[in-house]
Design a protein. Sequence first.
Length: 289
Amino acid sequence: MDSRIRRRLVSVALAALLALTAVAVAEEPDEDHPEQANADKLAQALANPVSNLWSLQFQFNNVNLTNDRWNYNLNFQPVMPVSLTHDLNLITRPVVQVYNSVPYTDSLGNEQRTTNFGDWTQLEIFSPAHSGHWLLGLGPTFIFPTAGSVYTGQGKWQVGPALVLAYMTPKFIAGVFPQQWWSYAGDPSRPNTNQMNLQPIFSLFFEGGWNVGYSGNILANWEAPSNNRWTVPIGVGVGKVVKFGRLPVKIQLAGQYMVTQPDPVGQRWNIQIQLTPVLPKLIQGTLFD
């Protein structure tokens, strides 16, 4: 096994061990911090894609490819909702690829790897503030060609619609969160894009800030032939809200297996770790009365 892969797997194992240790520590009762009773509500709010809660998510993906090589990336995903009026919220959700480490074969047939910034995704969702158990959202989504290498990005400016439709109770959430992009500008030497990212939403909530649910994003490349365009995962994630001092943090560990993926190289497995600190809402009140 490649030494870099061994080091990476060791780092993933250590991160998972740290997460589990934090969960074990957080299970100890703390009478001096009664606010820990809010862990259940925080777990529900963090599963809600149009929640009025500010958070910073760090998502580590370790993807085993069908050619038996590994792709690693770190996504930074803050969620920053603002109340435009008493009845309408605007949720800003950027996804910044802090790094993307991609294996490839050079022109001489040698196995190489490049690690650089990836493309930036920017999502703006308008959502009604009072919709009961139903969660609704609609808005534009963008992809900016910020990648530092041709191997870590698509080189195209892209835009399209995004939709959130879900039903939520204190016990579960179920819904869908699709985003669609078309390219309209960018590097003329790179192929045009027409792609979708569909996130199924399903999670069960348990006492103590625990949640168990589906993990994974269904991907479709509409430019590819119909028999070679889908990446479909089956995955399970287990998460818990813990406290580091007074800071609530959700820790989640997930595994995903792709039942289908495009040729010649696609995703096979993904081991994913998410760390999501919760922030105080930085913009209070409504912007427009």
